[in-house]
Write a protein that binds this ligand. Structure first.
Ligand code: PLP
Length: 412
């Protein structure tokens, strides 16, 4: 190793606080450091190549690395006009809002831009709360979320996250968030077996609304296919049933497309696999394939129009901003990203390659420690278990060893 490399690694160890990592593991080792990327291949600081099977580690580099046209588009937009707060318009943002609306033909929506998935969800929560108060004059502020779904790192997004390990130690969290069970047949929270299960997972939403008091619930947030919580694909009837329940109680349905959006599952958005028309859709990650930070909250015009309803209400509009939601180059990057997805027919390719991937992964289900393989499109997970019969989840140490062996074989 050259002196320059060992200095860089040492500086990393001394100065960088890596995300999600217990740094004790680096006391006698070193963190992975990537220096180059092309297509689906990453090269680390020692020149070793890896197949990046998780698209940037967190499902976001949807069009792959090394896209020169995105880099050029960003460069040109930065020179032309990098920024002005989104209280005013700019050309890439106007074009992108129209484009995104066209990708969701089920409803017409207004697009509020910000810069991370967590922030897109925060905006959705704030909009839902203010909307309900303006519409009903009541304290209709509670937000339901599902066990195992993740909605972000900020405190309200975390309060809507059904993964205890993510929340531990960070309380008190934000009041007004209540958890409902997930839709997950392999580990059904109701010990039932689809299709003879009366869709208890969907009806649990109604039970939760009634328990909380229908006048107090403004929204239900859910991932279309749970990502970090284990690649949980709901049964086809789940979303139509949940939507009916939400409409019955005037509860907004927020679908978090931060991972599933922009082709990950073979459609523009994950919800488009199901018969559902969400009131709000939040998105980030694949929106600009992580070449630039960008997110958005897309809100039905019916909700948007509520903020125009009362001309005498001085505070009856959405008084909110996101500084970097005004970065014109992020929107330009997104437009070019979408052009690539369309020109290269990547949705069709995800569908074909995804079917092949799942087919091959399913062969692993014969192994004693593989409980189930699940997924949709290029979005797949392998659930490890200690025991196939009892479905006892695998020990973390086993999963850690499997991941380390895969990395040693050049697969992340
Ligand atoms: N929503 C989902 C489903 C996610 O998986 C994530 C991040 O992984 C987020 C929201 C938060 O996005 P960000 O990390 O950009 O804040």
């Amino acid at each position: 190793m050259t002196q320059e490399l060992s200095t860089l690694i040492e500086q990393d160890k001394q100065n960088v606080w890596h995300h999600l990592v217990q740094h004790r593991q680096y006391l006698n080792g070193e963190p992975p450091i990537y220096v180059k990327a092309k297509g689906c291949t990453l090269t680390d600081i020692h020149g070793r190549e890896y197949l990046d099977a998780v698209s940037g580690g967190v499902w976001c580099v949807n069009v792959g690395y090394g896209r020169e046209s995105i880099a050029r588009t960003v460069y040109e937009q930065l020179l032309e006009m990098p920024y002005y707060a989104l209280s005013a318009g700019n050309i890439p943002t106007i074009r992108l809002a129209g484009k995104i609306n066209g990708l969701m033909p089920d409803r017409s929506r207004r697009i509020f831009f910000s810069n991370s998935g967590s922030e897109a969800n925060e905006k959705a929560f704030k909009m839902a709360r203010l909307y309900a108060r303006l519409k009903t004059g009541k304290e209709k502020y509670k937000i339901l979320y599902r066990h195992r779904d993740y909605h972000g790192t900020t405190l309200a997004a975390l309060s809507a996250t059904g993964q205890e390990e993510r929340r531990m130690g960070f309380g008190p969290l934000v009041p007004g968030f209540e958890m409902v069970p997930e839709s997950f047949c392999y580990r059904c929270p109701f010990d039932a077996a689809y299709p003879n299960c009366d869709l208890q997972c969907a009806h649990a939403v109604e039970k939760a609304i009634l328990a909380a008091g229908p006048d107090s619930v403004t929204a239900f947030i859910t991932e279309p296919i749970t990502a970090g919580g284990g690649i949980l694909v709901p049964v086809p009837e789940y979303f139509p049933t949940v939507q009916k329940i939400c409409r019955k109680y005037d509860v907004l349905l927020i679908i978090d497309e931060v991972v599933c959006g922009f082709g990950r599952t073979g459609k523009w958005f994950g919800y488009q696999h199901f018969d559902v028309q969400p009131d709000m859709v939040t998105m980030a990650k694949g929106m600009a394939s992580a070449y630039q930070p960008l997110s958005a909250t897309a809100v039905s015009v019916e909700v948007f129009d509520q903020f125009l309803a009362d001309p005498s209400d001085k505070f009856g509009y959405f008084r909110d901003i996101s500084t970097y939601g005004g970065c014109a180059a992020s929107c330009a990057a997104s437009l070019e990203n979408l052009r690539i997805i369309e020109e290269e027919k990547l949705l069709e390719r995800v569908t074909d390659m995804g079917a092949y991937l799942l087919d091959k992964l399913r062969e692993l289900e014969e192994l004693p420690k593989v409980g189930q393989v699940r997924g949709r499109g290029l979005f797949a997970g392998v659930e490890f278990v200690n025991d196939k019969k009892t479905r006892e989840p695998a020990d973390e140490s086993l999963v850690g060893r499997i991941l380390a062996l895969a990395a040693a074989d050049g697969v992340l």
